[in-house]
Design a protein around this ligand. Structure first.
Ligand code: ARG
Length: 475
């Protein structure tokens, strides 16, 4: 059903209708559209623009539609243009022309912005919930392997030994920032566009604050022209999702490498691995690879929307209809990916012996020699030079640092005595790094306690905020 037509003599060309039709993807907004219509009916009644009888009828019909939409009884038809027109058809089928009363004081421009915001606020909470689950799984794994010693890398070369728990918990730090970003975005986004009308506000409904409160918004958007053309909230959400995608891709890359026979550190649970159609021996880390791959469309969707918005005149332009599929697909990618990724993380076993054995390789304890000399009052530049000499001796003699003789050590620096030997042990090196963000298991455990507390706070925030959406029910 079209919501316009009075000023046209002939019908829209089929190809034009097909181009402008959006109901095939914006139907997902139906629960939010119905919720905002309920709030709008209340506002119309309070402003005496409809009488109590009409308001009761409209409210009842909208509530019936909510159920029918949810259980799939009411669906869009081929000639419905978008979610708003389909639902108005539904009202008219129930109430006749009275169904059209709902359109007073509202335009599809403020309506779509409101629906879209509600959809995103709700779904970013769903996303935050799933990020918390992954964060928790990583934190638990980190605790399990806090005393496992592994090589730490820079430039993908052995650098210094670390606690493998510390290695895993670094991902939690990144996901924590993602959660902070969602909370921060949520606050900025939580302003209602309803009442902005086509662009100029409304002479009929002059206190939009009431319907905003009804929908759980913290306030109303400050400028009606901006309110109907602002899609910053969608672009920011796409950025947050793209960055989550980047973080997940780094997890995916690590897991993939750790599963190779060259590394052989990680063993995937059968439930989280896949086979090959031709090579019977294969056990592939497809979950990790898809985590790595999905960053592609997630970043693409962000650049897609920014490009659509660039140079767009104010206020509403039909270009803005292109915003939805990008956001929907980003949300879908992440909500699909996070649960199996969490399962993969939670069920992976790591080979402690193999990691520990390779921890001192690549002379990764050379810094210990330099630090030993610094503690003896030698300037770091000289200490660094001496430790470098030790590495050179080892390389030409084909031995490890802890195998150097006292004579060889003293040859590298007169202050470098045998006392250094007790530091030339990966476990000792790890345990000694007790700075608050350092790799000593004692420090990592403290970091994990703080992390668990912040996840608990995030979960509480999510469950409080989600209450406002319980009646809207995502499709
Ligand atoms: N389907 C449209 C969209 O998604 C709804 C708003 C239409 N407004 C208009 N003035 N044609 O943007």
């Amino acid at each position: 059903m079209a919501l316009w037509g009075g000023r046209f003599e002939s019908k829209t060309a089929d190809a034009v209708f097909a181009l402008s039709r959006s109901v095939q993807f914006d139907w997902r907004l139906a629960p939010y559209d119905l919720a905002s219509s309920l709030a709008h009916v209340k506002a119309l009644k309070e402003n005496r623009l409809i009488d109590t009888k009409t308001s009761t009828k409209l409210t009842k019909a909208l509530k019936e539609l909510m159920v029918e939409v949810k259980n799939g009884e009411f669906l869009p038809k081929a000639d419905d243009e978008d979610v708003h027109s389909a639902l108005e058809r539904g009202l008219k089928e129930k109430l006749g022309e009275l169904g059209g009363a709902i359109r007073a004081g509202r335009s599809r421009n403020d309506q779509v912005a409101t629906d879209f915001k509600l959809f995103l606020l709700d779904n970013m909470l769903n996303l935050a919930f799933k990020v918390c689950e992954l964060n928790e799984a990583l934190a638990d794994k980190s605790k399990e392997y806090v005393d496992a010693i592994a090589p730490g890398f820079t430039h993908l070369q052995h650098a210094q030994p670390i606690s493998f728990g510390h290695e895993l918990a670094k991902h939690c730090a990144a996901l924590n920032r993602d959660l902070e970003r969602i909370k921060d975005w949520y606050q900025r986004t939580d302003l209602s566009p309803l009442g902005a009308g086509a662009l100029a506000g409304s002479s009929l409904l002059i206190s939009p604050g009431k319907s905003a409160r009804e929908l759980g918004f913290a306030g109303i958007a400050g400028n009606s022209i901006d309110a109907v053309s602002d899609r910053d909230f969608a672009a920011e959400a796409l950025f947050i999702m793209a960055l989550i995608g980047v973080h997940l891709s780094r997890i995916g890359e690590e897991w993939t490498i750790w599963c190779t026979s060259e590394f052989g550190w990680a063993k995937l649970d059968d439930a989280y691995a896949t086979g090959s159609s031709i090579m019977p021996q294969k056990k592939n880390p497809d979950v990790a690879e898809l985590a790595r791959g999905k960053a592609g469309p997630l970043i693409g969707n962000l650049t897609g929307l920014l490009t659509t918005m660039k140079g767009l005149p104010f206020a509403y332009n039909r270009d803005l209809q292109e915003d939805k599929e990008l956001v929907f697909t980003s949300i879908d990618h992440l909500l699909l990916l996070l649960p199996p990724l969490t399962g993969m993380v939670a069920s992976t076993r790591f080979d402690r012996a193999k990691m520990a054995a390779s921890a001192p390789e690549g002379f990764s304890l050379a810094t210990e020699i330099a630090d030993y000399l610094v503690r003896k009052g030698i300037p770091f530049s000289q200490a660094h030079e001496a430790a470098g000499k030790c590495v050179r001796i080892c390389e030409s003699a084909g031995k490890q640092l802890h195998q150097l003789s006292e004579q060889e050590l003293l040859g590298a620096h007169p202050k470098l005595d045998g006392g250094v030997k007790k530091f030339l042990d990966a476990k000792g090196a790890v345990t000694s790094r007790t700075s608050p963000n350092g790799t000593a298991p004692k420090s990592v455990l403290k970091q994990l306690t703080a992390l668990k507390n912040s996840i608990r706070r995030d979960r509480k925030w999510i469950s409080n905020e989600s209450k406002r959406f319980s009646g809207m029910m995502s499709l």
